[in-house]
Design a protein around this ligand. Structure first.
Ligand SMILES: Nc1ncnc2c1ncn2[C@@H]1O[C@H](COP(=O)(O)OP(=O)(O)OP(=O)(O)O)[C@@H](O)[C@H]1O
Length: 386
């Protein structure tokens, strides 16, 4: 997957901006609060997904403007395509996000999901290592939903059944025929739960070695990362049914469902120790980054098209050699990195793009600090065509 050009109008603080990225690495530089993440977010929205910042559509439109427009040319497989995404305000004829793909009106932006694909790292993803199991389950489920359309349906069915079972457990003593109803719920949960577990296990079997390799590369072989699935029980509906039977009386006491995919976790060890407890900030960041890069490569293997990588503020807390890995060794996947670290500008062999006050330029803004080590603009600075 390759983004060839992007035109942004009235999106957040980007009144009118154009970007011609490198096919490999583009480093988006600028001080805090200038619009770097906004530019990255605009690329992400081309996927048809919601903002990775959890923002509402109306917040995406430049203040006082009626709507925002994103126009992109990209290559998927061997095919050049164009996508126009409009974010309409409440007062416009078409509020919300709508899309035109190759000149054809496709209605809601979500309908183009899967056409332009990207994986994003933003600092909130650090909770993948630092936070509780829920975030790790969400990571797994979000990745699986992208890969297998049926997964979302199965997940929703499972969540609905868990909610119904929880309601029953809470009112167990006053519900006629509660025992039989509980059996029925457990039977349904063991079938659809085992299905989700099988998908998660198969996905992690591919993700874990890829993430471990990425971590070795980022840390120059100095440290290891191990990612392990912690399933609720052995695979298969029969094992899950047995597990649900085992916890039956505990569930009756607790008043909610205690076993199944909604209680699982994924263990993330750095150098043999739980990363959540013992990992340093830089190690935790490297671990999340390794997982995100692995998510993209597994998606690339399964879907036959490597997603574009969007790495927001990924360099902070990383030492020089880890930064160098990101700034110079990304070789064949299109990647965008934002940074406000002016020293990073000098070290990259990617294409530099400068953002200042909502304006985007391929040359530094007047008065901007540019390190002396930075060589003059020239074709060998960029790895285009690499
Ligand atoms: N809807 C909007 N209309 C106008 N400006 C907006 C809108 N939404 C956000 N902004 C502005 O965008 C700016 C923030 O941009 P962005 O988040 O891209 O910063 P950044 O360059 O990534 O900074 P940092 O390095 O601190 O992460 C803020 O000044 C904010 O006021």
């Amino acid at each position: 997957m390759r983004l060839n050009s992007l035109k942004v109008t009235d999106f957040r603080n980007l009144e009118s901006a154009e970007l011609t990225p490198s096919p490999v690495l583009t480093v988006i530089c600028g001080p805090n609060g200038q619009g770097k993440t906004n530019l990255l977010e605009s690329i992400w929205l081309l996927t048809g997904g919601k903002s990775f910042r959890g923002s509402k559509d109306a917040e995406l439109i430049r203040r006082e403007a009626p709507f925002a427009v994103l126009e992109a040319d990209f290559t998927a497989g061997d095919r050049d395509q164009s996508l126009r995404l409009t974010v309409g305000g409440r007062d416009t004829k078409r509020p919300g996000r709508t899309a035109r793909l190759n000149g054809v009106d496709r209605g809601r932006a979500a309908s183009v999901a899967g056409t332009f694909t990207a994986v994003v790292f933003d600092p909130n993803h650090l909770s993948l290592v630092k936070g509780g199991p829920e975030g790790r389950r969400r990571f797994l489920d979000a990745a699986l939903c992208q890969l297998y359309p049926g997964y979302l349906t199965a997940l929703r069915r499972y969540a609905r059944t868990v909610a119904q079972k929880n309601a029953l457990l809470k009112a167990y003593d006053i519900t006629p025929g509660a025992g039989m109803m509980l059996d029925t719920f457990n039977e349904a949960l063991s079938v659809c739960g085992a299905d989700l577990m099988a998908r998660r296990a198969a996905y992690l079997e591919r993700l874990a070695p890829a993430a471990a390799q990425n971590y070795r590369d980022i840390s120059s072989g100095a440290e290891t990362l191990a990612v392990r699935y912690q399933p609720t029980c052995e695979p298969g509906p029969a094992a899950l049914a047995r597990k649900l039977e085992e916890v039956r009386s505990a569930e009756l006491r607790a008043g909610f469902c205690l076993a199944g995919p909604h209680r699982e976790d994924m263990e993330i060890d750095i150098d043999g120790q739980p990363g959540r407890i013992y990992g340093s900030q830089g190690q935790q960041r490297s671990a999340v980054l390794s997982l995100k890069l692995a998510e993209a490569s597994v998606a690339g293997e399964i879907l036959g098209e490597h997603p574009v990588m969007l790495l927001d503020d990924v360099l902070s807390e990383l030492d020089d050699s880890r930064q160098a890995y990101l700034l110079t060794r990304i070789e064949d996947k299109q990647t965008f990195v934002t940074t406000c670290d002016s020293a990073a500008f000098a070290r990259t062999n990617g294409k530099l793009v400068f953002v200042r006050g909502g304006k985007v330029s391929e040359t530094p803004f007047e008065g901007a600090a540019v390190p002396a080590a930075m060589p003059a603009e020239g074709p060998d600075r960029h790895r285009e065509g690499a």
